[in-house]
Design a protein around this ligand. Structure first.
Ligand code: AGP
Length: 598
């Protein structure tokens, strides 16, 4: 999703700093980019397509100390140069992340005041509104407070003003950081954009205004009272974006899963269950859990539901955050709301968290990015340790989310006495052995052969029951997001209630069969599609014996851990298919890594 970077300092190579920042933000997903910088005036260069297109338009010998840059992921208006940011209206130039919801009504008012618009964007309207207030007040900070009173929606803004040597920043419901080093100051939508240059960082709070000069950063609250800054050292490891010899980040990240599993689990669980009970809070007071998330994180939640309900006997309601935030929720003081998010910035998940908090419901976040808004605002944080995930299609972060939900199920089940000693020994043994099993599974050769069988198909189905249905949903999403093949996940027993009419000769159906007591039922459903000509692909435990056209055998482990193995073939089949189809695997079209608008 859109990214912002800005610099104001003694260095004259602002153009390089901005481009480096924009490149670091590429992983978020974008379709155009642009920069504005000060020479004797404010100059703007924009381009659609890759940042290399923008670079080719820039004369890097130009000296400038001050500038802002942007990667745009189109929301209002097509992917065109005129819709790209920065936008300038009157004396004001801005870059914007977020959505101004009432931009149409504001646009009408501004048209009546003789403002003219060159783009279809909400951002240009925001820019004109700031210019309007600036002309009225002759004070940019006052103009920004008036702006925030007027607009509805979300925004992180980087702002430059004619004949003013500062840059300004303000945010609401969209993240923004400020950062500094000895020679200058930065703004950015995430730390990665400036970690190469900056030494210290802090997160701008809602509706705070940052005044960023060449040698100082001053923060103001909504009433324009000065507030203290609180800088911390920046995490320099963010800079490391080496693919380590892998063709794609996605493949590298799939290969990192054994380590990620160890890193995520070991702070909570060492050699015995007592370590888990000492390090993870007691959740037994809750008689209901709501898991709220989007996309793959939602699918991880569905796995969590299966495990928590089965082992801890607590009803779990899993909901997509964009629905949960607007519906009537039947929670009370015995409900725990769990928010699951890799980025910790997903707008809908954040809104669901704020809604629950506002209703005085206890909240717990399972988040990868430390210091993200969801991580900071939730009451309890269980941090997964997936490290930086660059590929838009999540793999290792999804697995780490599932691992954390498995630990929550184990924690609850153990406290409730639902797991006997022998079963506990089995689980602990499987946890220890899982990284090696993951490594062996990742290294299998089967995925390329299956990918060859799928690559030219138009429709694919994933079927499973129970936890295998939750895995089908993740497998289907992974395939469609990176290979652009239409795929659907169905509860295996549901297929014959309509969808089976789409199955014809050669339609691939991927059956997932790891649920012990449901396997035979799913096999019957695989038979049904086979009779209609489907090409069947089985993801099965090593002890299941059934004749598929293709199959991947995965080791059988305790059910609490099984999904962590099941997902590997699903990820690698999707990866190999996308590779055969020459897709842009790490940056699939139309997608963004961090979805900061609703
Ligand atoms: C999955 O591959 C996607 N990139 C997407 O569904 C993602 O899981 C979703 O947008 C949620 O993101 P989050 O975990 O950062 O909140």
């Amino acid at each position: 999703m859109c990214g912002i970077v800005g610099y104001n300092g003694k260095e004259k190579n602002t153009l390089h700093i901005l481009i480096d920042g924009l490149k670091a933000l590429e992983y978020r997903g974008y379709d155009s980019s642009g920069i504005a910088f000060k020479t004797d005036k404010i100059e703007t260069i924009k381009s659609i397509g890759k940042i290399s297109e923008l670079e080719s338009k820039i004369d890097f010998t130009t000296n400038s100390n001050t500038g802002i840059g942007h990667t745009r992921w189109a929301t209002h208006g097509k992917v065109t140069t005129s819709n790209s940011h920065p936008h300038t209206v009157g004396k004001v130039t801005i870059v914007h992340n977020g959505i101004i919801e009432n931009f149409n009504e504001i646009k009408k008012e501004l048209l009546n005041k003789n403002y003219k618009f060159k783009s279809e964007t909400d951002t240009e309207v925001a820019c004109a509104l700031i210019d309007y207030y600036y002309n009225k007040t002759n004070d940019i900070k006052k103009a920004l407070t008036l702006f925030s009173d007027k607009v509805r929606g979300s925004y992180a803004l980087g702002i430059m003003v004619e004949n003013d040597n500062n840059i300004y920043a303000i945010r609401k419901d969209s993240p923004l950081i400020i950062a500094k080093n000895e020679t200058g100051n930065f703004i950015a939508s995430d730390a990665i954009a400036v970690s190469k240059y900056a030494d210290e960082i802090m997160y701008l709070e809602e509706n705070q205004i940052a005044e960023v000069s060449k040698d100082s950063i001053t923060l103001y609250d909504k009433d324009l009272k000065e507030v203290k800054t609180n800088f911390k050292n920046i995490d320099k490891s963010l800079e490391n974006t080496d693919k380590c010899g892998f063709d794609h980040y996605m493949l590298k990240e799939i290969h990192e899963q054994p380590k990620v599993f160890r890193d995520t689990v070991s702070p909570y669980l060492e050699n015995n269950i007592d370590s888990l009970l000492e390090t993870m809070p007691d959740f037994t007071k809750y008689n209901r859990i709501d898991i709220v998330a989007c996309g793959s994180a939602y699918h991880a939640g569905l796995v969590g539901k299966n495990l928590i309900e089965e082992y801890a006997d607590v009803p779990v309601n899993v909901e997509v955050a964009s629905e949960y935030r607007y519906k009537k929720n039947f929670y009370d003081d015995k409900t725990l709301v769990i928010l699951v998010s890799q980025s910790g910035e997903t707008a809908d998940t954040l809104a669901a968290l704020r809604k629950a908090k506002n209703d005085n419901i206890d909240t717990l976040a399972i988040v990868n990015v430390e210091n993200s808004t969801i991580a900071r605002e939730s009451e309890i944080l269980l941090k997964i340790r997936a490290g930086r995930e660059i590929a838009v299609a999540t793999t290792k972060a999804y697995s780490a989310q599932v691992a954390m939900l498995s630990l929550i199920a184990l924690n609850l089940a153990s406290r409730k006495g639902n797991i006997d000693n022998n079963e506990m020994i089995e689980i602990l043994k499987d946890i220890k052995e899982l990284p090696v099993k993951l490594e062996n599974l990742i290294d299998k050769e089967d995925y390329k052969t299956i990918a060859e069988a799928i690559r030219d198909k138009e429709d694919i189905f994933f079927i499973g029951r129970g936890i295998d249905y939750a895995m089908s949903m993740e497998g289907s999403l992974k395939l469609k997001e990176i290979s652009y093949i239409n795929s659907n996940a169905y509860a295996a027993g549901e297929l014959k209630h309509g969808t089976i009419s789409l199955v014809e000769d050669g339609t691939p159906v991927i059956g997932i069969l790891t649920e012990e007591f449901l396997k035979e039922k799913t096999i019957s459903n695989v038979e049904e599609v086979k009779s209609r000509g489907a090409t069947t692909i089985g993801i099965i435990n090593s002890d299941s014996n059934y004749n598929f056209d293709y199959k991947v055998e995965i080791p059988k482990v305790h059910k609490l851990l099984q999904p962590l193995l099941t997902v590997v073939p699903l990820q690698l089949i999707a990866y190999e298919v996308a590779k055969l189809r020459n897709c842009d695997i790490d940056k699939p079209k139309n997608l963004a890594k961090s979805v900061t608008v609703e």
